[in-house]
Write a protein that binds this ligand. Structure first.
Ligand code: NAG
Ligand code: NAG
Length: 186
């Protein structure tokens, strides 16, 4: 019995490990994005991340189109502002989709998600689809920093595959951002 257990345990752990590594919230997966002629081959997800208090931040994750998403690094993108929607980055700058003159969507051949999984978060609450249940959106840098941190933690819980310590092929996180705090004279 002891021998059987010692053989079964690693197998069970391997099974659980691979489940957690590939879990992604099916309810957040975007199956059809209106305005595109053809749906993309990569997966993308949109939904909410829990921030502080009663605040919820909207996110859109686009998986890598060329690299293996389970091995690709994770890039976190915030448009600055303060208060500029990160969908600006997704739909007009480095994201996979571009809005054309006819207000239809086209694919962007130079999108960053060729090589990385890119996470766009709309922050702070009150920007874009991000909200506070009580509609209180007055904020400051301290609260914004904490909300972004909590939202990232909430993301890592939703997408355990991006948690380096749980996977054999760790994801790296880099932060790409415009200025959240404008230096004097800019
Ligand atoms: C917040 O705003 C929404 C939209 O205007 C409204 O439906 C909702 O009742 C408001 N909630 C509170 C708690 O004021
Ligand atoms: C930032 O806002 C929070 C929530 O309103 C408040 O508790 C905190 O004192 C504020 N901090 C600063 C430095 O203004």
């Amino acid at each position: 019995m002891a021998r059987l257990d010692s053989m079964l345990l690693p197998l069970l752990l391997a099974a659980v490990g691979s489940l957690t590594c590939h879990a992604a919230p099916a309810e957040d997966q975007v199956m059809i994005l209106p305005g595109l002629k053809q749906q993309p081959a990569f997966k993308h997800y949109s939904g909410y991340l829990k921030a502080g208090g009663d605040r919820h931040l909207h996110y859109w994750l686009v998986e890598s189109s060329k690299a293996d998403p389970t091995k690709a690094p994770l890039v976190l993108w915030f448009n600055g502002g303060p208060g500029c929607s990160s969908l600006e980055g997704l739909l007009r700058e480095n994201g996979p989709f571009r809005v054309n003159d006819m207000a239809w969507l086209e694919m962007n051949p130079y999108a960053w998600n060729r090589d990385a999984n890119v996470l766009y978060i709309e922050a702070p609450a009150g920007v874009g689809f991000s909200y506070s249940e009580s509609n209180v959106t007055k904020t400051n840098d301290t609260q914004v920093a904490e909300d972004n941190y909590l939202a990232l933690k909430s993301f890592l819980e939703k997408f355990p595959s991006t948690r380096a310590e749980r996977c054999t092929s760790p994801a790296r996180a880099t932060v790409a951002s415009t200025c959240l705090l404008w230096p004097p004279g800019s």
